[in-house]
Ligand binder design. Structure first.
Ligand code: FES
Length: 104
């Protein structure tokens, strides 16, 4: 099991324990835990409604071209911006802390 923290857009902190082999991405983790995230495109890196900031010092997998292109269209792009649908649950994200900011 791994533990992550998700801060929603109302600044509520959600501590979540996950099976590292659950096969979900973090947008899906939000949805399955009733954390408000739109995820309009269903995780295809085409909407940025799942935009988040990575607030812990994790070295995540590199962004794919589609994620980079989508993030570059965000108004509130930061150095630590990611699309939560492009972060898969794995043991490497144990202790991860993200803040959902969305982009509409
Ligand atoms: S759900 Fe659309 S980009 Fe993540």
């Amino acid at each position: 099991m791994i533990n992550i923290t998700i801060i929603d857009q109302d600044n509520n902190e959600h501590k979540i324990e996950l099976d590292e082999n659950c096969g979900l991405n973090l947008m899906e983790v939000c949805k399955t835990n009733d954390i408000d995230v739109e995820g309009v495109c269903g995780g295809m890196a085409l909407c940025a409604t799942c935009h988040c900031l990575v607030e812990s010092n994790h070295k995540l997998e590199k962004k794919q071209d589609a994620e980079i292109a989508m993030l570059n269209q965000c108004f509130n792009l930061e150095k630590n911006s990611r699309l939560s649908c492009q972060i898969q649950v794995s043991k490497e994200i144990d202790g991860l802390n993200i803040r959902l900011i969305g982009d509409y």
